[in-house]
Design a protein around this ligand. Structure first.
Ligand SMILES: [Zn+2]
Length: 637
């Protein structure tokens, strides 16, 4: 579900010497505001032209995995990053020129922030950084836990270990899978320490104190103020999270009894997820009213596909061979996937968004190819910064996949809405916006909407069913909040030196306890590096965006519901079919990153501040119910 642009930008900028001729000329004559504008225009023009190559290479490499496509992508990415690095170097000469147009200044600022991995100027250090960066990524990607290191058949990868946590509620099985995976972090400790030093050197070369400051510079406010904003948001949602944690903890204690810690925390291995970042997998343990209001969208989608297959079989002339049957199955998969995508498109069109370009259906990859390896992880792609937008996903007829499509479609419509902006402004208003767009639409998938489009039976107003639905969503959205916050709280400390290398792991667990109310189920040793067991740390992808997106989607949703004239509890709102709300949303999307996000947010919501009261409003019924359940129980940790 990531953006392909993020993939490119998170790689390291390649080493380059400063173009001598340009630098020499600039040293003698100060550029004017007109020169700045000319530079920015040319940079944007080149950006659009050059962007197509690495993106096309990456698309083929992910939908047709071979050694050759990997090699071509590496070359194309390198060329792109070299160009970007050159432009950043050149742009230094145009900083702080009196009379510069605000848009030009913004373009220069965003250019510097195109990568999360600033390159040190020292070529030896740069090589060291890229080497360590790929070593950390590879250590994570190839990480395995082998119960018997001498026997390869006992090795399990992250997918297999995650499946244990998701499906097996046995304490010891989960502990084994959890602790086994967390061992992959161990080998990373020394590398990560050096990685931090080199990244900081690169950030200083770009004029920032450290990498954390650089990451926080992308939020149109002083970096310290942004840190305070995240604290304020957390204080708004902490009471709701605290009650959810308390309820979950007590339910888990009913199941696991004496094995639970006595300090009010939940051990990190029993929430159904490797990082305890979402708890949907233990929904059956926590469901308020067992079995009430299950809409069973899965069986409707499965039946829809089966009907398609039956029709294809009926229309087949003669007796199909096994090969014909396999073809018919595949044809049914394709038809079912396209129907699911069109269903999502229909929501966006109902609020006045344009139909997708025909090329979207011709060029997207919607099912797993039968003849080659492809990366199935769902993602949305802006191929040419214009109309060629695509989704890459291996769609199955399940509720989860149907909702993922609504999410990906949010990225697609964002790309389309801002395609006329300068390339450097073709991005989210801040990095939290992009992930929030489709999720906002997903909040509109109410039982009434599902009934209206034929994916569920007629829904009656039922408080118990509504609470079950709230719980299910809260285990995803509310449980995530402290995790979304703490990853970069920890990294900001690591980058600014307030967390020393010998305290990396200890501080990690202090934060997990403080925010998530979790504890490690095993004793940490000095060689442990548990942060390394989370993808975004070894691959160096900033994480605060996911915390922001979690808050923003409810803020957007409430604003759109207001625009649609919704009355009644927030969770019952669906803007399906409402063009006024759609027009406001489209306007916001079309701004891209062309102005400070505060202004963009204000145009939609009337406020220029991030605000968590909407998520609180949304979950008000659940929160009241949780407080009732927690009465007389010991909460807190
Ligand atoms: Zn996404």
């Amino acid at each position: 579900m990531r953006l392909s642009r993020v993939v490119l930008a998170s790689a390291v900028l390649a080493a380059l010497t400063v173009p001598l001729a340009v630098s020499a000329a600039q040293a003698t004559s100060k550029p004017s505001a007109a020169d700045v504008h000319a530079f920015v225009e040319q940079m944007n023009k080149d950006y659009r032209e050059r962007y197509i190559e690495p993106n096309a290479a990456e698309w083929v490499a992910e939908t047709y995995i071979t050694d050759d496509t990997q090699a071509l992508t590496a070359r194309a990415n390198e060329r792109w990053l070299m160009w970007l690095s050159e432009e950043i170097d050149k742009s230094r000469a145009y900083e702080n020129v009196p009379g510069t147009d605000a848009k030009d200044a913004r373009a220069l600022h965003l250019l510097k922030l195109q990568t999360a991995m600033p390159a040190p100027k020292d070529p030896a250090h740069l090589t060291e950084l890229t080497t360590i960066g790929s070593r950390l990524t590879a250590a994570y990607g190839s990480g395995k836990y082998c119960k018997d290191p001498a026997d390869a058949s006992t090795c399990r990868n992250l997918d297999e270990l995650s499946k244990v946590l998701a499906e097996d509620r046995d304490w010891d099985h989960d502990l084994d899978a959890w602790a086994g995976w967390h061992r992959v972090g161990r080998g990373m400790l020394k590398d990560y320490q050096r990685f931090v030093e080199l990244l900081n050197e690169g950030a200083r070369d770009l004029g920032y104190d450290n990498v954390g400051t650089m990451w926080r510079a992308g939020y149109d406010m002083p970096p310290d103020e942004f840190a305070k904003t995240t604290d304020r948001l957390w204080s708004q949602v902490q009471p709701l999270y605290g009650d959810l944690q308390c309820y979950a903890r007590n339910k888990l204690a009913e199941k696991y009894g004496d094995r639970m810690p006595k300090d009010g925390t939940i051990p990190a291995h029993i929430t159904g997820n490797m990082w305890a970042q979402s708890w949907e997998n233990i929904y059956p343990l926590l469901e308020p009213y067992p079995g009430v209001g299950n809409l069973d969208v899965n069986s409707r989608l499965e039946a829809e596909r089966k009907a398609m297959l039956d029709t294809l079989r009926r229309d087949f002339k003669g007796t199909p061979s096994p090969l014909d049957l396999a073809r018919l199955e595949h044809a049914a998969d394709v038809k079912s996937a396209e129907t699911m995508v069109r269903r999502s498109e229909d929501f966006y069109k109902s609020i006045g968004f344009p139909a997708l370009p025909a090329s979207f259906y011709e060029k997207s990859m919607l099912v797993r190819p039968r003849d080659r390896d492809a990366l199935c992880h769902a993602s949305a792609w802006p191929m040419d910064m214009a109309d060629d937008v695509r989704i890459k996903m291996c769609i199955r007829p399940t509720e989860e996949d149907q909702y993922t499509i609504y999410h990906e479609m949010g990225h697609i419509y964002y790309y389309l809405a801002y395609k006329d902006q300068w390339p450097i402004f073709q991005g989210g208003a801040n990095d939290g916006f992009h992930e929030a767009i489709g999720d906002t639409i997903r909040l509109n998938i109410t039982p009434e909407y599902l009934a209206r489009i034929g994916l569920a039976g007629k829904a009656g107003a039922d408080d118990k069913a509504a609470l079950n639905a709230q719980m299910k969503l809260a285990l995803e959205k509310v449980a995530f909040l402290p995790f979304g916050l703490l990853i970069d709280k920890w990294r900001w400390g690591v980058f600014d030196g307030s967390i020393a290398p010998d305290k990396y792991n200890e501080s990690w667990w202090q934060l997990r306890r403080k925010y998530q109310g979790l504890s490690s189920p095993v004793e940490a040793t000095p060689v442990d590096f548990d942060p390394g067991a989370k993808n975004h740390v070894p691959t160096n992808v900033p994480y605060m965006r996911y915390f922001l997106a979690d808050i923003l989607q409810f803020q957007f949703y409430r604003a759109l519901c207001d625009a649609a004239g919704h009355k009644g509890p927030l969770y019952q709102c669906s803007i399906y079919g409402n063009k006024e709300a759609g027009a406001k949303y489209w306007k916001m999307l079309s701004e891209g990153a062309s102005q400070p996000w505060q202004q963009t947010l204000k145009e939609l919501t009337g406020s220029d501040e991030l605000d968590a009261t909407a998520i609180i409003d949304y979950f008000a019924p659940l929160h009241a119910w949780l407080k009732e359940q927690n009465k007389g129980k010991t909460c807190g940790w």
